[in-house]
Design a protein. Structure first.
Length: 373
């Protein structure tokens, strides 16, 4: 059962991943205020890592001024190493590859958490424009976080270039109105994404860790008139694939979402990106995949090498082992609010789930809000 899902995959750096099931980076809202791990977070990870190929740990902060939500983990300094190592150890003890997503919120940083105004590519209400020197400091912060990830035993990092955070802000003409080398033309707006990628790859070379996995997550489109279209995304894809990356990861609500505008409009986004990759690296697809049948069908379509779960792993602790054992009838498709202790969620995350927003699992008996992607 689920032969594609549970087949091995060899990445382009020779690393073997035991199966094609990935956990998408989840925002847990649950680390301690200083970003350190606590018992509730440990339990959440421990109950979900079994049977997973790639487990991507969510939005881990690279600079203190880039924090966007409470309870955010950190990879900023030596102080963060023990908690980083603990998270990696939990995942690796179950045989999963531990991938650390590295993140800065840019204009979406929350001043009530950081104590300073948000910064980004261009000035806006309450947002200060980064100087050229500060942009380079941001690049250096992603590199430093990568070194901390390697030293703490992670198997890889995922550069967070999606979900309207700082790297995407620089690429989008909607949010980047700069006139220096970091803005203006498509090439200049792409510069931060490529500079961060090159800096992360340089750390791997410096530490002689050819087995270290590097991925990049992107959001393929923005709905705004001046926002990113598939034309820009395919151009970025091509440039990223010239770097020694092991995978790209497409963030979207539905796995089969069709492109709205630009090159290939009307065709599935993953198909367009997969064709542009042309075998140079692996592609992770995500979006609404809950059951084993859905995951197997997604991979059978041929537009992604890995299928990722977010809501499904939140609703189903032990999902990987349950799917491997063929326990199709045990897979839940909505949270039962009367069974809180069944889900092993930290209290802040459980409270967020109760709001029934579309980026969280559906809750039995509660209408869902909708988000546009």
């Amino acid at each position: 059962m689920y032969q594609k899902l549970f087949s091995e995959f060899i990445l382009n750096n020779g690393v073997t991943v035991r199966n094609r099931l990935a956990v998408a980076p989840l925002t847990l809202f649950s680390s301690n205020p200083d970003g350190s791990i606590n018992k509730a977070e440990e339990i959440f990870l421990d109950k979900r890592a079994a049977g997973i190929g790639l487990y991507i740990l969510g939005a881990t902060l690279v600079q203190a001024d880039g924090q966007s939500f409470p309870g955010q983990p950190r990879a900023i300094s030596e102080v963060d190493l023990p908690s980083l190592q603990r998270r990696a150890d939990i995942l690796k003890a179950h045989g999963a590859k531990a991938i650390l997503q590295i993140h800065h919120a840019g204009v979406l940083a929350e001043p009530s958490l950081t104590g300073v105004p948000a910064t980004g590519p261009s000035a806006a209400d309450g947002v200060r424009e980064l100087s050229g020197a500060e942009v380079q400091e941001l690049v250096d912060a992603f590199a430093r976080a990568t070194e901390l990830a390697i030293r703490s035993g992670h198997d890889g990092v995922e550069i967070h270039g999606a979900n309207n955070y700082v790297i995407q802000q620089f690429y989008s003409a909607r949010t980047n109105r700069r006139t220096d080398e970091w803005g203006g033309s498509l090439e200049n707006r792409m510069r931060l994404a490529l500079a961060v990628t090159d800096a992360v790859c340089a750390v791997r070379r410096k530490l002689n860790r050819t087995d270290f996995i590097i991925g990049y997550r992107l959001s393929p489109e923005e709905p705004d008139e001046n926002g990113i279209t598939m034309t820009e995304t395919l151009a970025l894809t091509d440039e990223l694939c010239k770097r020694p990356l092991q995978y790209l990861h497409v963030s979207q609500r539905d796995f089969d979402h069709a492109a709205r505008r630009g090159e290939g409009a009307g065709q599935p986004r993953l198909k367009l990106i997969h064709e542009k990759i042309a075998g140079r690296t692996a592609l992770i697809g995500v979006g609404g995949l809950v059951t084993g049948e859905q995951l197997e069908a997604a991979l059978a379509g041929g537009n992604a090498e890995f299928a990722a779960v977010g809501k499904s792993i939140m609703m189903n602790p032990g999902l990987g082992d349950r799917l491997l054992a063929g326990e199709r009838d045990s897979i839940e498709t909505e949270i039962d609010p009367a069974r809180e202790d069944h889900y092993f969620m930290p209290d802040p995350l459980w409270a967020m789930c109760g709001q029934a927003m579309s980026w969280l699992p559906p809750v039995k008996g509660r209408p869902r809000q909708k988000l546009d992607e």
